[in-house]
Design a protein around this ligand. Structure first.
Ligand code: LMR
Length: 397
């Protein structure tokens, strides 16, 4: 049965973890996967999470099946965070939200649902994008192409190219957009550029699918979510996937969501019924723990305030690391101007290093980043940053 099964390539991001774990170099540093570590190099357990779990332990509950679409209080909290609890779409019940297995799960539920309702649509992702966007939509049966995004020469966004691609896309094309903290480049659109993107997707009748995996890691929770309000105001139907992996440091709990904004409450209830079929036929219903933790934090004012503070702390530390990285690369002898790193936002920096240089960083120095040149700035700390900068200086010459 399996004699003809081919060996699949390693995942370009998660596969690096396997290689990193097997590396015996005592100085190794993992800047591959998008995970936030504190200044001691430790994965944080947020205080708000600890407090919510304590509450849950004090009143333990039996673990029945959750509804197919997840914990109602969780879905409501997601809607509040993404759209605003008092927003018109939430009050008017125009949003269908389901709990999902991380942001990836939200994307997958959305992709499978879209394949049912728009089987011949194409998908456009940014060039470059998170590696899994292409794989995920391809595996859902779509043809995936790209819209221009990164401009290496200008160290920024090829916005004209992006708009041209959107304006040339056929009606019904699904456009995957990074709501904030673009992964992998770290370059986000300005509010004025977003206005133009929103106008283009509306004029061309495209289907926006916003991936919001890093809300709170750019400028703030509201600031990073502002783009949602622009799409709502434009009167378009659209999709939003949410991830709490990073913002709650709950990577292993797989807590995320998919929200679909519909034209009416009646339409949203029909859409929800279809999303539930996608879920039921994939994994039946979501797990209880992570969703309950997030719902408890978001729905308890004191814990929510604590979360916002802890998230701000992570955001600020990343910014400090960006500034330090620019200074220390220069001090280590890197001639080229690396100040762009401090202008990028979110967890990642597209460093401009070539694949060969990334491979050398890994094999000679045990510094792991993605072959594309992406490094996770959120994994730098005051103890490993000098070594990382010296290693980069050696490979860039
Ligand atoms: C990343 O881009 O590193 C993260 O989103 C983790 C993942 O699942 O790839």
């Amino acid at each position: 049965l399996f004699s003809a099964v081919e060996m699949a390539p390693r995942d370009p991001i998660l596969g690096l973890n396997e290689q990193f774990n097997a590396d015996t170099n005592p100085k190794k540093v993992n800047l591959g996967v998008g995970v936030y570590y504190d200044d001691n190099g430790k994965l944080p357990l947020l205080e708000c999470v600890r407090a919510a779990e304590k509450q849950m332990m004090e009143a333990p509950k039996a673990r029945g099946y959750l509804p197919i679409d997840g914990i109602a209080a969780y879905d409501a909290a997601v809607q509040g965070l993404v759209f605003g609890a008092d927003s018109e779409p939430v009050k008017g019940k125009r949003v269908a939200t389901v709990q999902a297995l991380g942001g990836t799960g939200g994307l997958k539920i959305g992709a499978d649902f879209l394949k049912r309702i728009s089987p011949s649509a194409k998908v456009l992702i940014s060039d470059p994008s998170w590696e899994n966007h292409r794989a995920l939509f391809t595996n859902a049966g779509f043809t995936v192409e790209t819209y221009a995004y990164y401009d290496a020469a200008r160290r920024g966004i090829n916005f004209d190219g992006m708009l041209t691609a959107l304006n040339q896309a056929a009606e019904g094309t699904i456009v995957v957009l990074h709501a904030c903290c673009h992964n992998p480049t770290g370059y986000d659109l300005t509010p004025a550029q977003w206005d133009q993107v929103v106008a283009a997707t509306k004029a061309k009748k495209l289907v926006p699918f916003l991936d919001m995996a890093y809300q709170g890691f750019g400028s703030g929770i509201a600031e990073d979510g502002a783009v949602i309000g622009k799409f709502v105001a434009s009167g378009q139907d659209f999709f939003v996937s949410t991830s709490f992996s990073k913002s709650f440091s709950l990577y292993g709990e797989r807590v995320g969501a998919l929200s679909v904004l519909c034209a009416s409450a009646e339409e949203a209830s029909r859409v929800l019924s279809q999303l539930k079929i996608v879920i039921r036929t994939n994994y039946s219903n979501p797990p209880t723990h992570g969703g309950q933790v997030v719902a408890t934090v978001l729905n308890t004012p004191a814990l929510r305030a604590q979360w916002e503070e802890e998230l701000a702390g992570m955001r600020q530390r990343i910014k400090q690391m960006r500034v330090a990285l620019v200074e220390k690369l220069k001090a280590a002898g890197v001639k080229q101007d690396m100040s762009f790193i401090a202008q990028q936002v979110g967890m990642f920096s597209y460093s401009g290093l070539s694949k060969d240089q990334m491979v050398r960083l890994r094999s000679e120095f045990g510094v792991y980043g993605v072959d594309s040149g992406r490094i996770c700035v959120a994994a730098l700390n005051s103890k490993n940053i000098d070594y990382v900068c010296e290693s980069i200086a050696k490979v860039v010459g």
